[in-house]
Design a protein around this ligand. Structure first.
Ligand code: ADP
Length: 443
């Protein structure tokens, strides 16, 4: 029903009834009592209106603390409508606050940076990712011009040209950021930054790896092709033919070795291939490592194994590959007559495997790069000794998968020490019937 109608109909009925009552009084008792009654009724009505007006004004001053009265007469629907309005308003406020909190939380968790600026690029708000990407601080930089904060000629050019349909690839503070500007509302713009530093680095590593791997494979392949061309063009005597075959086989083995190492690395890097933790019989594993080293050395080195620690949990194959690589390197980079010592021991922090040699050693500037793929201190020496340049990269990945670390210390001309530390969490519980010899030394 029309609210005006709802309000005025009862008022009209009451006024008509009042006038009728006064008329009756006049008729029965005369003019004076009727006028006095009418005056008294009007006075009461004015007092009632003033009372409720006073209450309403008090409530409007302090809507949170003062209570709305129930009201009387026409005031009842007025107060109940005000009450409903207030309740709806409170509900909307609560919803808005909740939405704002959710929005803030989402913006805090967003990995992309978001900066809200006005039309003349003054900073209004930014999220933590934007603070990190662009070196901003919301509380400190609010109200400052973004171009004074992000000092980059590329960024300035981008803003001047205003071709915001294209993203800008911005190199800033050692990061690579894909930057977008999106105008919104009438007088605001959003700057969005997406950090691609890590993916760019991975892409570059992948490109380098493909280039290096192709180069490594091309060299032996060229040698094999060269010999095959000679064999196809000339009649070779038996001795030369045998010598060529031997050289070709060496190169083919080199390619095979390289491909095996590349496959091992790719398997180790694959996240779909977690470590299958099993009890690693370390005595057996290191005995195999020592025998391999002895075979590689062909009697030219003294190889010592010292065992003073228990088994670990991990992947036997992977640890065999890592420890085998370290022992093989020690043999390959130690001239005949040198010593290679392998030591397995329990420590307070976990277990330690040390490979010490008396070989050629490594200059300090190379040490931090040794675990990079295809990094070699001396390329020709590595090739001479059948190196693929991937051995220490494999060691690094195996240790990463076992939460272990590798440390290297070396002195050129004196020898090197490669130390593997595995955490205590990998130590396996002792066997119910432990082996009789706790420490064993083999030469
Ligand atoms: P490679 O197959 O060439 O040996 P690695 O990744 O196993 O590749 O080793 C990387 C480089 O580190 C080697 O080329 C070599 O220069 C150096 N290196 C590794 N182990 C030793 C060591 N025990 N003594 C001296 N140099 C070493």
């Amino acid at each position: 029903m029309n609210p005006k109608f709802v309000f005025w109909v009862p008022v009209a009925i009451q006024m008509t009834a009042g006038a009728f009552g006064i008329g009756l009084l006049w008729w029965w008792f005369g003019m004076l009592p009727a006028l006095l009654t009418a005056l008294a009724a009007l006075g009461t009505m004015v007092l009632v209106q003033l009372h409720y007006l006073y209450q309403l004004s008090g409530w409007l001053d302090e809507p949170n603390s003062a209570k709305l009265p129930d009201g009387w007469g026409e005031w009842t629907p007025v107060f109940s409508r005000l009450y409903r309005l207030r309740r709806d308003d409170e509900k909307n406020q609560a919803e808005l606050t909740e939405w704002l909190a959710r929005f803030r939380q989402a913006m805090h968790l967003l990995p992309d940076g978001v900066v809200i600026m006005d039309d003349v690029l003054f900073l209004e708000w930014c999220n933590p990712a934007a603070e990190e990407h662009l070196g901003l601080r919301h509380d400190r930089d609010k109200g400052m011009r973004v171009t004074n904060l992000v000092r980059s000629p590329d960024f300035m050019d981008y803003l001047i040209l205003g071709r915001y349909d294209q993203p800008l690839v911005l190199s800033f503070r050692g990061r690579k950021l894909i930057t977008h500007i999106i105008p919104f509302e009438n007088r605001r713009q959003i700057l969005v930054t997406h950090d691609v530093t890590e993916s760019e680095r991975t892409d570059m590593m992948r490109r380098d790896f493909v280039a290096n791997a192709s180069h490594e494979l091309r060299t032996p392949l060229t040698v094999v092709l060269g010999f095959l061309e000679i064999a196809a063009a000339e009649q070779l005597d038996e001795t030369t033919r045998q010598a060529h075959l031997k050289l070709m086989m060496d190169q083919a083995y080199r390619m095979q070795h390289l491909i095996e190492d590349m496959l091992t690395l790719s398997r180790l890097e694959s996240i779909d291939h977690p470590v299958r933790a099993e009890r690693v019989d370390i005595g057996n594993l290191l005995d195999k490592v020592r025998r391999d080293a002895l075979a590689l050395s062909a009697g030219k080195h003294e190889i010592v194994l010292e065992m003073d620690g228990g088994d670990v949990m991990g992947s036997t194959d992977e640890l065999y590959s890592a420890f085998g690589n370290l022992a093989a390197n020690a043999v390959r980079y130690t001239p005949a007559g040198g010593t290679v010592s392998l030591k397995w021991e329990d420590t307070a922090a976990g277990v330690r495997f040390t490979v010490r040699d008396t070989g050629i050693g490594i200059s300090p500037e190379h040490i931090s790069r040794l675990t990079e793929r295809f990094y070699r201190v001396d390329k020709s020496r590595s090739r001479e000794t059948q190196g693929t340049g991937l051995g220490l990269a494999i060691v690094k990945h195996v240790l990463l998968r076992h939460n272990g670390t590798l440390s290297i210390s070396s002195e050129p001309g004196k020898g090197s020490t490669f130390t593997v530390n595995l955490p205590k969490s990998l130590s396996a519980a002792p066997h119910p019937a432990p082996a009789p010899a706790a420490a064993l030394s083999v030469n």
